[in-house]
Design a protein around this ligand. Structure first.
Ligand code: ATP
Length: 199
């Protein structure tokens, strides 16, 4: 599995559609200060479902949409497409090539798609969660992030390891199932009370 291409359109400083084609192995992005190198990494995190505006170096999520320059009007939507080579079947989907896309409009809300089929954020997260590109995005190490990992508490560090090992997905599912079970028990108690009143 490797990242094959990334297309940005209306995302941060990339107003026009821009595609970066990547090869297996190491890719270096070079350019002057402020030319958009970090924006490329932000786009990668964003298309994989990043929900925190701060993680994307913005104040609010809308800040990912091209805000305009002196010569170009702001845009109404941001769009990123990430194509992953899946010939080794690392992603649990029967396609040799997987394209994940995310679109966001200025009036809020994000749309996701996997190979052109609209889907939920959860579907994108589940697709990626066993690949090491999980929802916590530990594969993207931003500037200054190493410090925060070194300063993490033992519990936080365990979280990083669980995420990398693919355990976190099952923990989240367990928590969700327990919450549902809890709600069912509440309903059963309520039902018992009602039956008691009727008898
Ligand atoms: P450095 O080498 O200094 O870290 P960089 O190449 O990583 O720089 P970025 O941080 O990726 O640069 O890009 C910063 C540029 O992106 C700034 O010029 C900023 O104005 C522009 N930018 C960020 N968000 C938007 C937006 N929503 N609309 C338009 N331009 C934006």
């Amino acid at each position: 599995m490797y990242l094959k291409s990334l297309t940005l359109k209306g995302f941060k400083s990339f107003a026009s559609s821009t595609t970066l084609r990547l090869e297996p192995g190491i890719t270096c992005v070079v350019g002057p200060n402020g030319s958009g190198k970090s924006n490329v990494v932000d786009a990668l995190a964003w298309v994989m479902g990043e929900q925190g505006a701060k993680s994307l170096r913005g104040g609010k999520m809308e800040d990912v949409i091209f805000a305009g320059t002196s010569g170009r009007a702001p845009l109404g939507r941001a769009e990123v497409q990430l194509t992953i080579d899946n010939t080794d079947g690392a992603l649990p989907i029967e396609y040799a090539e997987v394209t994940i896309s995310r679109t966001m409009f200025r009036n809020g809300g994000s749309e996701y798609a996997i190979n052109g089929q609209g889907c939920r954020l959860l579907d994108v997260q589940e697709l990626l969660s066993d690949s090491g590109i999980g929802r916590e995005m530990h594969v993207i190490v931003g500037q200054g992030q190493l410090d925060s990992i070194l300063r993490a508490t033992p519990e936080e560090r365990r979280g990083f390891i669980e995420e990398a090992a693919g355990v976190l997905k099952h923990r989240k599912r367990k928590e969700k199932a327990l919450r549902k079970l809890d709600a069912c028990e509440g309903n059963l108690t309520r039902l018992g009370d009602l039956l008691g009143e009727i008898r």
